[in-house]
Design a protein around this ligand. Structure first.
Ligand SMILES: *[C@@H]1O[C@H](CO)[C@@H](O)[C@H](O)[C@H]1NC(C)=O
Ligand SMILES: *[C@@H]1O[C@H](CO)[C@@H](O)[C@H](O)[C@H]1NC(C)=O
Ligand SMILES: *[C@@H]1O[C@H](CO)[C@@H](O)[C@H](O)[C@H]1NC(C)=O
Ligand SMILES: *[C@@H]1O[C@H](CO)[C@@H](O)[C@H](O)[C@H]1NC(C)=O
Ligand SMILES: *[C@@H]1O[C@H](CO)[C@@H](O)[C@H](O)[C@H]1NC(C)=O
Ligand SMILES: *[C@@H]1O[C@H](CO)[C@@H](O)[C@H](O)[C@H]1NC(C)=O
Ligand SMILES: *[C@@H]1O[C@H](CO)[C@@H](O)[C@H](O)[C@H]1NC(C)=O
Ligand SMILES: *[C@@H]1O[C@H](CO)[C@@H](O)[C@H](O)[C@H]1NC(C)=O
Ligand SMILES: *[C@@H]1O[C@H](CO)[C@@H](O)[C@H](O)[C@H]1NC(C)=O
Ligand SMILES: *[C@@H]1O[C@H](CO)[C@@H](O)[C@H](O)[C@H]1NC(C)=O
Ligand SMILES: *[C@@H]1O[C@H](CO)[C@@H](O)[C@H](O)[C@H]1NC(C)=O
Length: 862
């Protein structure tokens, strides 16, 4: 009986449903379906249009509009929701849908006048303004136009949307959107229902007005050029959960000393790089819900402010880039930490606390770089099993690297560089390493095999250690590697041939090892090599002709080897080659070339056996040197990629001494042909290379006169023509060389008077000695009277006793250098596109996203 009842019941329900669905017409009004279809046709799908989707949201993009068609009810379409009663479309969610096209104000979407929620984020409406028509969606409670390449001014009409609860208009294009003072005020004042306001990276450039919605739960305005003082009222919003004002250096923030109204609700507080003033008051200890705090780069100094110790539930804590001091052992009281970033402070003491019992089981990121921590890393650590990123660089840590680090199962990034760790690098257990940098330590032994077996390794830096053995050809298994830096170790053997086939590597630095044999790698086409440094080894033979396949090469250094070849003039066909160093090899023969070398800025062929006339054709082709690139605006550097990790240094020789420039300004223009057997005259054409800062033709057998044209080298800082057979007089015109700081004309056959005036009044005897016919300044001879008492000059080895005058503008070199490890802001892309402009533009798009996703994970703040 029961059974019959049940069957009957089921049948009844089934029939009921059938009748219901049959009798119901399509919910969606025809005009709205049409409007949506029209919209679909206006915006073709391009998967690239949602490239930022996964990176920021971790959702995969998918083309929702693709399935929209007339045969189905529009209310059932992906991303479309209708009111159950009226059938009107009230919600449209097209986030991450790969839409690309221009969003005009005649767009059919504006016909959906009943919309309550509209999400168009993560598409590409590049070139579109935000139409004032958005202000006509009077029922809208939720509007999201984030990261969809809208540009221009946010229209004031948005402030008509007085029912808005959530407004998100963030952008990754720095300041691609503007709010304008007036509009921003309107947006704050009129939108009284607003709970969430996210305008990340919109150029607001104004103060925050006093009156705004008291319902706010989210106020997110990072990187918006806010100014003035943050109204204290913000801290008294009783529902505030998330306050994000990072990267507004002109916004002055002071905490209230009284109890905050938001103290029970506030969960996330991000204040990286604001003008924080005052102290962290006692009232801070009442923020019992706070589990994420960023006060990096806020000028905090002294010991950790006491109220912070009350935040025992904190999970994410950034206090990096301040002047905090003391030991860090107390941090173990924060047992729930997932991220702890204390880098760039003055913390000292030992790391012993990390071995305390089983604490920090959740910790994923530990960042203590650039402090003054000492002693070894404890070996008996049982917590930290979930550590993914460990940054301890630039401290005074020593001892061996303990095994527990090598056996971390999920390790992704390890930076222990610039300490004094010793012993061997053990095999890694993790199979997911992305970044390994152990450079500048005292590590020894071979490169562990497990490092050559990684599927995702991007950066491998082991330079400046005592690593020995061969470079195994297994290294070519690293299919994602971007940077390989093994500089200054004791590596021996030959360079594996397959290195030239690595299709992702951009920086290859094997310099200063004991590598021998010929340069084996066969560079295949479509490689990415940008920097190749094989200098200071024992390499022999010829320059491999396959280098011609390195189309992206900017910097080639083969100095200080035993290469025996004629001038590899074909390198001139490399369109981006800017620095070529062949110094101290056995190159020989005359240089005759019509090849281009159009971008070359630094050419160093010194100490070889080149002969014949100076290469006039070569000079003629140096197009980049013909521009007087005075430092204008922000300094630009040659091959400036991954500059946080890799120092693309250049050794320049002035006055017989080597200086290492940590980065190479594009205005650093140098010709060094010294120490060869060049003969004949100095060609006039050198005077056309008006960007030259250093010209060294010393120790050749040049003769003739110093060409007058050299007077045009207005930024020339160093001129060395010593030890040749140059005769004639020194033209008085040369006093116009007002940038000249180093002059060496010694040991030639110059005659006549030394010019007077400007820089020439500063040069000493040794600039001129060994020219018996020279008279005038310096004071040891006087040009007025013709009393030629021949004075014996003692030959001096390249002016060694002279004090080094800094010919390089060190300030300029250092500008922008040394940026912190943790680059601020959730919108990491912005930081990259501003701090690492060339880096970014150079990256292959897919790779760019891969690395940025990874870097975001490791370096992002939240
Ligand atoms: C998407 O981007 C890739 C890589 O940049 C490019 O090769 C491809 O043509 C793009 N696709 C479209 C449809 O634009
Ligand atoms: C967005 O679209 C514009 C042109 O419509 C195009 O130039 C740009 O490359 C696109 N961006 C992406 C990430 O696809
Ligand atoms: C229309 O959409 C439905 C559901 O998405 C799909 O099954 C059907 O194949 C589509 N028809 C056409 C003609 O695209
Ligand atoms: C749109 O959908 C995504 C997930 O698909 C969701 O995270 C987001 O909150 C939705 N937007 C709105 C406004 O509901
Ligand atoms: C919408 O406006 C744009 C530019 O104003 C125009 O090019 C386009 O044809 C218009 N589209 C429709 C459907 O009217
Ligand atoms: C505020 O919103 C109301 C209601 O939509 C509108 O009438 C008014 O113009 C808006 N005020 C301002 C200053 O924009
Ligand atoms: C930072 O705040 C102080 C006062 O607390 C003020 O004197 C200073 O001008 C502010 N700096 C900036 C850049 O706004
Ligand atoms: C903060 O911690 C101190 C010391 O543990 C304690 O005395 C004080 O009551 C705590 N304050 C709050 C508000 O919990
Ligand atoms: C190496 O660490 C020392 C000590 O912390 C620091 O002074 C120095 O600047 C660091 N060097 C580099 C290249 O970061
Ligand atoms: C490590 O450095 C400390 C000084 O900070 C020193 O006392 C100790 O001997 C060093 N240990 C090793 C193994 O070098
Ligand atoms: C360079 O190589 C040639 C043979 O290819 C040899 O005759 C010559 O001696 C070598 N030069 C030097 C300086 O080793």
């Amino acid at each position: 009986m029961d059974c019959v009842k049940l069957v009957f019941f089921m049948l009844y329900t089934f029939l009921g449903q059938l009748v219901f669905s049959l009798s119901l017409p399509h919910l969606c009004p025809e005009d709205q379906a049409l409007a949506l279809l029209q919209f679909k046709n206006m915006f073709p799908i391009n998967p690239n249009a949602s490239d930022y989707c996964f990176e920021f949201t971790e959702f995969h993009s998918y083309p929702k509009t693709l399935t929209w068609n007339r045969s189905t009810d529009c209310c059932s379409w992906d991303g479309v929701h209708c009111d159950k009663m009226t059938g009107q479309v009230i919600e449209l969610n097209l986030t991450c849908s790969g839409l690309q096209g221009k969003f005009h104000s005649n767009c059919s979407l504006f016909q959906l006048s009943n919309l309550k929620s509209l999400d168009l984020s993560y598409n590409n409406f590049s070139g579109s303004l935000i139409s004032s028509k958005f202000g006509e969606f009077s029922s809208l409670t939720h509007l999201d136009l984030s990261v969809s390449s809208f540009s221009g001014q946010i229209p004031s009409e948005i402030s008509y949307l007085t029912n808005l609860n959530v407004l998100r208009i963030t952008t990754v294009d720095p300041y691609g959107l503007r709010a304008g003072l007036h509009n921003f005020e309107l947006l704050l004042k009129n939108l009284t229902q607003l709970r969430e306001r996210k305008l990340d990276s919109v150029n607001i450039s104004s103060t925050i007005p006093l009156n705004f919605s008291s319902c706010l739960t989210v106020l997110s305005l990072p990187y918006t050029q806010l100014r003035g003082v943050l109204p204290e009222r913000v801290f008294h919003l009783s529902n505030l959960e998330f306050l994000h004002l990072s990267s507004n250096p002109q916004l002055t923030v002071r905490f209230p000393t009284t109890t905050w109204k938001s103290s029970a609700s506030l969960m996330k507080l991000y204040l990286y790089d604001v003008n924080f003033t005052g102290r962290i008051p006692e009232s801070f200890s009442h923020l019992t819900s706070l589990h994420e705090l960023d006060m990096g780069y806020t000028n905090l100094s002294g010991p950790i402010p006491k109220p912070l110790w009350n935040l025992t539930h904190i999970e994410i804590l950034y206090l990096d880039t301040n002047h905090l001091e003391g030991t860090i052992s107390q941090f173990s009281i924060f047992e729930k930490l997932k991220t702890l970033s204390l880098g760039n402070n003055n913390f000292d003491g030992r790391l012993e606390f990390i071995s305390f019992n089983r604490s920090w089981m959740q910790l994923e990121l530990l960042e203590l770089s650039s402090n003054s921590l000492t002693g070894p890393i404890p070996s008996n650590v049982s917590g930290l099993r979930n550590l993914q990123s460990l940054y301890l660089s630039s401290n005074y840590l020593n001892g061996t690297i303990p095994s527990w680090i090598f056996s971390l199962p999920s390790l992704e990034a390890l930076d222990l560089s610039n300490n004094t760790f010793s012993g061997k690098i053990q095999e890694f257990k993790s199979k997911t390493l992305y970044i390994v940098t152990l450079k500048e330590n005292k590590l020894e032994g071979p490169i562990p095999k497990s490092l050559l077996n990684q599927q995702f390794l991007l950066l491998l830096l082991l330079s400046h250690n005592n690593i020995s053995g061969d470079i195994s050809s297994a290294i070519c298994n690293l299919k994602t590697l971007l940077l390989l830096d093994l500089k200054s170790n004791n590596l021996e053997g030959t360079i594996p041939q397959c290195l030239g086939e690595m299709s992702t590597v951009q920086i290859l630095d094997l310099s200063n090892n004991g590598l021998s044999g010929t340069i084996n790698p066969t560079f295949t086409i479509e490689n990415q090599f940008n920097i190749i440094k094989l200098n200071d080894n024992k390499l022999q033979g010829k320059v491999p002709s396959s280098l011609i396949n390195c189309e992206k090469l900017e910097f080639l250094d083969l100095s200080n080897n035993e290469l025996n070849d004629t001038f590899p003039k074909w390198l001139g066909e490399l369109p981006h080659l800017q620095i070529l160093k062949l110094r101290s090899n056995k190159f020989y023969g005359p240089i005759r070339t019509d090849n281009l070398f159009a971008q070359i800025r630094v050419i160093d062929l010194s100490s070889n056996g080149f002969s014949g006339d100076l290469p006039v054709n070569l000079f003629q082709n140096f197009q980049a040197m013909k521009k007087n690139g005075e430092n204008s605006g922000t300094p630009k550097y040659v091959a400036d990629i991954y500059s946080y990790y890799y120092e693309n240094s250049l050794i320049v020789t002035t006055k017989g001494l080597d200086h290492e420039l940590p980065r190479v300004l594009t205005t650093q223009i140098i010709i060094n042909l010294s120490g060869n057997r060049f003969e004949g005259c100095i060609p006039n054409i050198i005077g056309d290379l008006v960007g030259l800062r250093t010209l060294n033709l010393s120790h050749n057998v040049l003769e003739g006169h110093i060409p007058e044209s050299l007077q045009h080298l207005s930024v020339l800082e160093s001129l060395d023509l010593s030890c040749n057979k140059i005769g004639g007089e020194i033209s008085q015109q040369f006093v116009s060389l007002t940038s000249l700081e180093v002059l060496n004309l010694s040991h030639n056959q110059l005659v006549g008077c030394i010019p007077k005036g400007n820089q020439f009044n500063t040069f000493e005897n040794n600039s001129y000695q060994g020219n018996d016919g020279l008279r005038g300044l310096p004071p040891s001879r006087d040009c007025g009277r013709d009393d030629r008492v021949p004075q014996k000059t003692i030959p001096v080895e390249l002016d060694q006793e002279e004090e080094d005058s800094p010919m390089i503008s060190w300030q300029a070199v250092l500008m922008g250098y040394g940026c912190g490890l943790v680059i601020g802001l959730s919108v990491i892309y912005i930081m990259w596109s501003t701090q690492y402009p060339t880096w970014f533009s150079r990256m292959d798009l897919k790779l760019e996203h891969k690395i940025s996703t990874i870097m975001k994970r490791h370096k992002k703040r939240y």
